[in-house]
Write a protein that binds this ligand. Structure first.
Ligand code: GTP
Ligand code: MG
Length: 224
């Protein structure tokens, strides 16, 4: 077995262990979508493993990683799905939109096509996902200032039009990666609390049941 194969087997075992861990208060399913090569896989690896490689290995179909975070004394288990941006995998990837509570819709600030495609990706979310899914528009590769094609203002404006939050980030330089995920988790928690406040019996509400999948969850609200 080569060193790389061993490392990847270890990663895979760790991911399986994390996925099986039942010790959490809430579980959120998140998806990362956007054109091929915008940096979705790199973003996830930076967040989950604090690693980055400049080699481009285009994702085949879909993959996921699990990470548990603590937000205001709650353990929130994140199941983060990394989708392939290539068109030919669209049927597979859109099948995973259902049940997702949050999306990172990513473009590359140095790639005009990836920005032009944002509207189409937003339509895919609207078509295939749950109505209340929270979306953050992420302009990745903000380290490439010299190659920038999309001014920050344009990203912000488009996010406003679509009703999404907006961040620029860099998986390479580790800029705003953690912040993007934490913001998404906090927004989902806020929505969940609003929803729980509006419904006195969360257990009987199917939408809320979708939001909090922890097996032993007792409390009636997320204090995130
Ligand atoms: P698909 O799997 O085909 O959908 O692509 P992807 O969106 O997962 O892209 P991936 O993460 O594989 O990254 C594509 C290329 O961009 C790789 O060569 C990465 O090293 C590079 N890259 C990713 N993020 C950044 C970044 O923040 N800055 C720079 N400069 N390069 C990045
Ligand atoms: Mg990928």
């Amino acid at each position: 077995m080569t060193k790389n194969t061993m490392a990847s087997a270890n990663d895979s075992r760790q991911n399986q262990k994390d996925a099986a861990d039942q010790n959490f208060d809430y579980m959120f399913k998140l998806l990362i979508i956007g054109n091929s090569s915008v940096g979705k896989t790199s973003f996830l690896f930076r967040y989950a493993d604090d690693s980055f490689t400049s080699a481009f290995v285009s994702t085949v179909g879909i993959d996921f990683k699990v990470k548990t975070v603590y937000r205001n004394e709650k353990r929130v288990k994140l199941q983060i799905w990394d989708t392939a941006g290539q068109e030919r995998y669209r049927t597979i990837t859109t099948a995973y939109y259902r049940g997702a509570m949050g999306f990172l819709l990513m473009y590359d600030i140095s790639n005009q096509d990836s920005f032009n495609a944002v509207q189409d990706w937003a339509t895919q979310i609207k078509t295939y996902s749950w109505d209340n899914a929270q979306v953050i528009l992420v302009g990745n590769k903000c380290d490439l200032e010299d190659d920038r094609m999309i001014p920050t203002e344009d990203g912000k404006r488009l996010a406003d039009e679509l009703g999404f939050e907006f961040f620029e980030a860099s998986a390479k330089e580790n800029i705003n990666v953690k912040q993007v995920f934490e913001h998404l988790v906090d927004t989902i928690c806020e929505k969940m609390n609003e929803s729980l406040d509006a419904n006195s019996s969360p257990v009987s509400n199917s939408k809320n049941a979708n939001l909090s999948e922890a097996p032993s969850q007792q409390s009636s609200g997320c204090s995130c």
